[in-house]
Ligand binder design. Structure first.
Ligand code: MG
Length: 231
């Protein structure tokens, strides 16, 4: 096994349980805004609609086709209108409330804390994320994992986003390591795996569902706990 000194982590869907946290947040807001009274009868359908549209918007963002403001302003208009409530002003209010509440949620993916406890004693740990600056920082504070990391590199701060190699170079310069001493762990084949590979960084693909793929990754794991064996 190659000797690494620096471990780069993606945040959403890799350490921070975006699925559970967004579900809890939307469940709270569903009741707070009485969406049932406004014509959205089924929460599971509402959440399914959100997940599909949210994934689509982030994919467009990762590919450089839209900016963050489009996610902020249009994501919930699309979700709510597809679910049966077409009101742009209401969707803006809902979106802003969602972005305040979501990062307060604390669910992490299984074994995330145990693995961070183990790794931070042995490596310099860094987050590399395409998320919003203040949102990502708040998420890590809420979940109590901020202190494990030497630095948090967001696309906003780096001025470039995954999968471009610039954000990885920016992160390595900031922590004072080289690509050959680093390894990137993430759940996204394009942004995390292909991006790090182009930057000359070894990769660990976190693939809990065991989905088939063609990407060239250095290692692949189903459980975060497997990192203790790998590293
Ligand atoms: Mg991710």
């Amino acid at each position: 096994m190659k000797k690494y000194s620096c471990v780069l982590f993606d945040l959403d869907h890799t350490l921070w349980d975006f699925e559970s946290n967004s579900k809890e947040t939307l469940h709270d807001l569903f009741h707070e805004y009485d969406l049932q009274e406004r014509g959205i009868t089924s929460f599971p359908y509402f959440f399914e609609t959100f997940t599909r549209i949210n994934t689509h918007f982030w994919d467009l963002y990762d590919r450089g086709l839209i900016g963050q403001e489009v996610i902020r302003e249009q994501r919930f208009h699309k979700v709510l209108s597809e679910a049966g409530l077409d009101d742009f002003r209401f969707s803006l209010k809902f979106s802003s409330h969602f972005l305040t509440e979501l990062p307060r949620k604390q669910n992490l993916l299984p074994h995330a804390r145990e693995v961070l406890d183990y790794l931070h004693q042995r490596y310099d740990l860094t987050i590399v994320t395409n998320g919003f600056d203040e949102t990502q920082s708040k998420k890590m504070e809420s979940a109590g994992i901020k202190d494990y990391f030497q630095t948090v590199v967001t696309s906003q701060r780096a001025g470039s986003k995954k999968p471009s190699r610039e954000i990885f170079d920016f992160a390595l310069t900031e922590v004072g390591h080289t690509a050959s001493n680093a390894i990137m762990i993430g759940d996204n084949l394009q942004t995390d795996m292909a991006g790090a590979r182009v930057a000359g960084i070894d990769t660990v693909y976190y693939n809990p569902a065991g989905s088939p793929h063609q990407e060239d990754v250095t290692h692949e794991i189903k459980l975060l706990l497997d990192l203790k064996k790998l590293l």
